[in-house]
Design a protein around this ligand. Structure first.
Ligand SMILES: [Zn+2]
Length: 421
């Protein structure tokens, strides 16, 4: 495909926009000066990685692509079963329950006969596979790498890297030499684990957070160096660098299923007629036909709890780009207090407890519609033609239509808009 247009997206998972600063992320700050910077850029709801991967890949909001969260309720045998979307086998459960996976085409499908898609991802298996859930392109992940049609890539051709900064770096080096310089697909994605992976176990603003920012910057720098070299050889490459969401601090946790059980719904929780899919700093509340009215009956009481910021239901879910279908009745955004942590980073959030997994109080988290978790960053570098700042609100759903426009592909079927339109 040498000589034709190509697009590259690098995701620095969990890197909130406020952290792109000359002293903390000098590589990103330098690139920003030579790129179009999105100053009012937003995440989708839930602001979690697996849903974000689907929104980046499709250019659509969750209301349209149909993936609900990092955990998602599926109606199986007439009951709600909450499953972890991160697991490699989640798609099989989703197909069995709903008849398919994403409801709209991914970029991988759109370019399957027009230069192809290769994605390298070092986050959860589910987040990697929802970049291309039906195997139109190549997706590489440590839990398994797949070629078009779903053929398993084996041996040293598979991606075998550690789930940390060292793995990000090894993956980036292979991405640059093998994908960017050699195989040259129309669309190439590189999705780094850091800083998100580190932040889930350390405080925002801590030395470990800064190290993770530097590690992500090093990977971006390697991609940039490769892209610039290829441009000097005459290639037309669109480079987008951004993140999927930011992070906020865990202040405390509450078990929402316990709360529902204590408010008269114990038997419905027990039978799977009411269920909670925690999304970190948010939660989705599900019900069967039998559980719906009783669940609605406790939402006002839930709204009065100190840990609940907002509880929205029914058509109001549309205000967050979400839809009340597939058993979803309501969404809870967990409350936030302004107080700062030991490193001066303001904002402490309640989180929805996950069964068997104690909340990492003081570490980072995301998932809701808090002020920092919904502020990812995005910049578009087209070799210097587009620079400055776009003041218009943008979203991670704008990445796919921007790539489609650059490649000359049809622009229909996206919720997002091309950044330069
Ligand atoms: Zn993420």
């Amino acid at each position: 495909m040498a000589g034709s247009r190509r697009a590259v997206f690098v995701c620095c998972d969990g890197l909130g926009r406020n952290w792109v600063q000359p002293d903390t992320t000098p590589v990103l700050e330098d690139l920003r000066q030579r790129s179009l910077w999105c100053d009012a850029h937003s995440a989708v709801f839930p602001s979690v990685t697996r849903v974000s991967a689907a929104s980046v890949a499709t250019g659509c909001l969750p209301a349209r692509h149909g993936l609900h969260g990092n955990r998602m309720g599926l109606i199986e045998g007439g009951k709600i079963v909450v499953r972890d979307v991160g697991n490699p086998d989640f798609r099989a459960h989703m197909r069995a329950a709903t008849g398919g996976t994403l409801l709209v085409p991914s970029l991988a499908e759109r370019v399957a006969k027009a230069g192809g898609f290769i994605g390298f991802s070092n986050v959860s298996p589910g987040a990697a596979y929802f970049l291309d859930p039906e195997h139109f392109g190549h997706v590489y992940h440590r839990a398994g790498s797949f070629a078009p049609g779903g053929a398993v890539i084996e041996g040293t051709d598979a991606l075998s890297v550690s789930h940390d900064a060292a793995g990000d770096w090894a993956m980036t080096q292979r991405f640059c030499t093998e994908v960017l310089a050699d195989r040259r697909p129309a669309v190439a994605f590189l999705w780094l684990a850091d800083p998100d992976h580190t932040l889930h176990g350390v405080p925002l603003g801590s030395p470990a957070h800064h190290d993770a920012l530097a590690a992500a910057g090093r990977c971006v720098s390697e991609v940039l160096r490769t892209v610039e070299r290829l441009r000097e050889e005459g290639e037309e490459i669109l480079l987008l660098v951004g993140s999927d969401h930011g992070q906020e601090t865990i202040g405390d946790s509450v078990d929402l299923e316990d709360w529902l059980a204590a408010h008269g719904l114990a038997s419905l929780v027990e039978t799977g007629d009411v269920a909670v899919a925690g999304q970190g700093t948010a939660a989705l509340l599900y019900a069967t036909d039998r559980g719906r009215v009783p669940l609605h009956g406790v939402l006002d009481e839930m709204r009065r709890e100190p840990w609940a910021d907002q509880v929205i239901a029914g058509e109001h879910l549309g205000e967050q780009g979400f839809a009340a279908r597939g058993g979803v009745v309501a969404a809870v955004n967990m409350a936030r207090r302004d107080e700062a942590n030991a490193h001066g980073v303001a904002g402490r959030r309640w989180v929805a407890a996950e069964q068997g997994k104690p909340a990492a109080i003081g570490s980072g988290q995301h998932g809701g519609w808090g002020p920092d978790e919904t502020r990812p960053f995005l910049m578009m570098n087209d070799g210097g033609r587009s620079t400055g700042t776009t003041p218009r609100p943008t979203c991670i759903t704008d990445i796919a239509p921007s790539i489609a426009r650059f490649l000359g592909l049809p622009g229909e079927g996206f919720d997002g808009k091309c950044l330069t339109s």
